[in-house]
Design a protein around this ligand. Structure first.
Ligand SMILES: NC(=O)c1ccc[n+]([C@@H]2O[C@H](COP(=O)([O-])OP(=O)(O)OC[C@H]3O[C@@H](n4cnc5c(N)ncnc54)[C@H](O)[C@@H]3O)[C@@H](O)[C@H]2O)c1
Length: 336
């Protein structure tokens, strides 16, 4: 039995709690939040111990692993504190606020015998898994270009509801680091980390409400010749599933959270796991991801273990931070 403690009892915590409850070899033993009211309610609902202090949860709670679901600026530090206490870590994206901090997390992890994964749950969607299989078999021939498109609605109310969102110091950026990072992970995981990137960010409709960007566009290049076109915005009127379009020699392939279209035809996929908590546009992969994480710890054979993001979770962060740096310095940024 793997006993979990969740830190951060906000929006996404219910999705993790639901997944832990559904996995036979997992148990939710503790939770932690600096907001006592929120944390106690979560503990009551999930029948687990409550801590208002993370360090106390790490040292006193009967837990083997932590799920980190706090504001972005805490991810790197909380991951390292968990490693220092001998706890396995499943951390929400991004793994840290900067590439340097993410590298220091990976360096510490490599010196421990502990499991570590970052929550890129879309990798477990049937659409992603099918496309990975087809790309690995070189099914569509040469890849000529990639296009990423994310248009969601994150209005002033969204940013007002959390004191950390919309701030460079606490969120680390806007639509790129929080929303589009999943889409960028789709590129680096399914194909490869680009070698360079050039981009621009801006704050448009949310000007005055947030410091960070609500829109971004960028071009990246893989292997010096393959263009990756990136468009992201939080200024739309609803939340359609983001898409990654792959322009292969043999067909155009469009990947979204739960669908895969090849040359305009929808590919029939395995049933996705349905969650009451997960929103459709996040994909439903949290349960499958957590199951793979638990299977890794309990030594149950599971092909999903290979899809967990750890070392390679840094790639999408490199793309995001590369766009921010490129915007500041108005030049191409190397990602290697
Ligand atoms: N994978 C996904 O699709 C997905 C979806 C939504 C959110 N997320 C990620 O989940 C994380 C949390 O996002 P959210 O929307 O749930 O945020 P939220 O603001 O709703 O919740 C964060 C919680 O952390 C608590 N907290 C802050 N500082 C703390 C501390 N020092 N110790 C303990 N608790 C503390 C806050 O009180 C709050 O309850 C972010 O990294 C976000 O990017 C991921």
């Amino acid at each position: 039995m793997i006993r979990f403690g969740i830190v951060g009892c906000g929006n996404i915590s219910g999705t993790h709690a639901e997944a832990v409850q559904l996995i036979q070899q997992a148990e939710l033993a503790a939770c932690c939040d600096i907001n006592e009211e929120k944390g106690r309610l979560f503990a009551e609902k999930n029948n687990c111990l409550f801590f208002s202090d993370y360090q106390r949860m790490l040292s006193e709670a009967p837990i083997d692993a932590v799920i980190i679901a706090t504001p972005h600026y805490l991810h790197g530090e909380m991951t390292k504190r968990a490693f220092a206490q001998g706890k396995h870590v499943l951390c929400e994206k991004p793994m840290a606020l900067t590439v340097a901090e993410a590298e220091s997390v990976l360096a510490m992890w490599r010196n421990q015998d502990l499991a570590y994964a970052v929550c890129y749950q879309n990798r477990f969607n049937p659409s992603y898994l099918k496309l990975k299989e087809l790309i690995d078999k070189r099914h569509f021939g040469r890849l000529k270009g990639i296009k990423c498109e994310l248009s969601w609605q994150r209005d002033r109310g969204y940013y007002e509801a959390a004191d950390w969102k919309g701030s460079w110091a606490k969120e680390g950026g806007g639509v790129l680091i929080n929303q589009a990072i999943h889409t960028l992970d789709g590129v680096s995981w399914l194909v490869k980390l680009p070698n360079k990137i050039k981009g621009k960010i801006m704050t448009s409709l949310l000007e005055g409400a947030i410091e960070v960007e609500d829109a971004a566009m960028a071009t990246a290049v893989i292997d010096e010749e393959l263009p990756v076109v990136i468009h992201a915005s939080n200024n739309y009127s609803s939340d359609p599933a983001p898409t990654v379009t792959f322009d292969f020699e043999a067909a155009e392939v469009v990947l979204s959270a739960d669908k895969l279209r090849v040359a305009g035809q929808e590919v029939l996929l395995a049933e996705a796991v349905v969650s009451a908590e997960a929103k459709q546009y996040w994909g439903n992969g949290h349960l499958r991801l957590l199951q793979a994480f638990v299977n890794q710890l309990t030594k149950v054979t599971d092909p999903g273990v290979a899809f967990l993001a750890a070392d390679d979770a840094i790639d999408s962060l490199k793309m995001v931070c590369g766009i921010y740096q490129s915007d500041r310095e108005n030049r191409w940024v190397s990602l290697k």
